[in-house]
Design a protein around this ligand. Structure first.
Ligand SMILES: *[C@@H]1O[C@H](CO)[C@@H](O)[C@H](O)[C@H]1NC(C)=O
Length: 217
């Protein structure tokens, strides 16, 4: 399982967010350029429709494909009380001809994207990954060098952490307290709950930029 929250930030404040994250995490950012194919199963494959994503980070020295299946968010009273989504997630390395395999299984390409940005991976009460990226669409099939932003001027921020059914509340608590530090710049919430940009972002970004991230939090 994994815990996840998402938010958006204006591209003009991304540099300030990076300075803040660098200070909080104490690690360097990792660039990413992820080619993502979203596949949906055809009607002849079992009863319930299925969706998988094929991902390949083109920034890696030897780009390799992975397949990811994300399950529905956990429900119930316990899930309502926490401010992050808890969901099942299965990911596996796959070979480069995986697309042909999924087509043969009856899956169809729903859409493809290129996510360009960076991530921080660090331990802070839980093993968290913060990803900041612009989401681009391809003008031609698989043409990753001709990608254009879907939402110009806006980037997606996602925080994820691995969890189990035993420790998800601990992971969620660690994630919530981490998100508080980012609150002046962006609001993070369960995926699907759109919250928009925060009004304090410009002022918070200006102050982060002026002291070069030297602030001790
Ligand atoms: C929760 O459990 C998983 C799997 O054992 C582990 O990887 C993770 O570090 C644990 N997280 C916390 C905060 O204890």
């Amino acid at each position: 399982m994994e815990c996840v929250v998402q938010g958006i930030i204006e591209t003009q404040h991304v540099e300030a967010l990076e300075i803040l994250l660098q200070g909080l995490c104490g690690v360097h950012r990792k660039s990413l350029k992820i080619h993502e194919l979203c596949l949906k199963s055809g009607p002849n494959l079992g009863t319930s429709p299925s969706e998988v994503r094929l991902l390949c980070d083109l920034e890696q020295s030897e780009p390799a494909w992975r397949v990811r299946h994300v399950g529905g968010a956990m429900r119930g009273a316990g899930a309502e009380q926490i401010s992050v989504n808890v969901r099942t997630m299965v990911e596996s390395k796959v070979s480069n001809n995986v697309l042909r395999l999924f087509y043969a299984l009856g899956y169809k390409l729903d859409h493809e994207q290129l996510r360009v940005g960076f991530s921080f991976n660090f331990q802070r009460g839980a093993q968290m990954t913060v990803t900041v990226s612009s989401v681009n669409k391809m003008l031609r099939l698989h043409a990753t060098d001709e990608a254009v932003p879907i939402t110009p001027g806006i980037q997606l921020v996602e925080v994820t952490a691995p969890a189990t059914s035993e420790n998800y509340s601990k992971v969620a608590a660690a994630m919530s307290s981490f998100c508080e530090y980012l609150a002046p710049l962006l609001h993070l919430s369960k995926p699907g709950v759109s919250t928009g940009v925060v009004p304090t972002a410009a002022a918070a970004a200006a102050s982060l930029m002026s002291d070069g991230g030297g602030t001790t939090l």
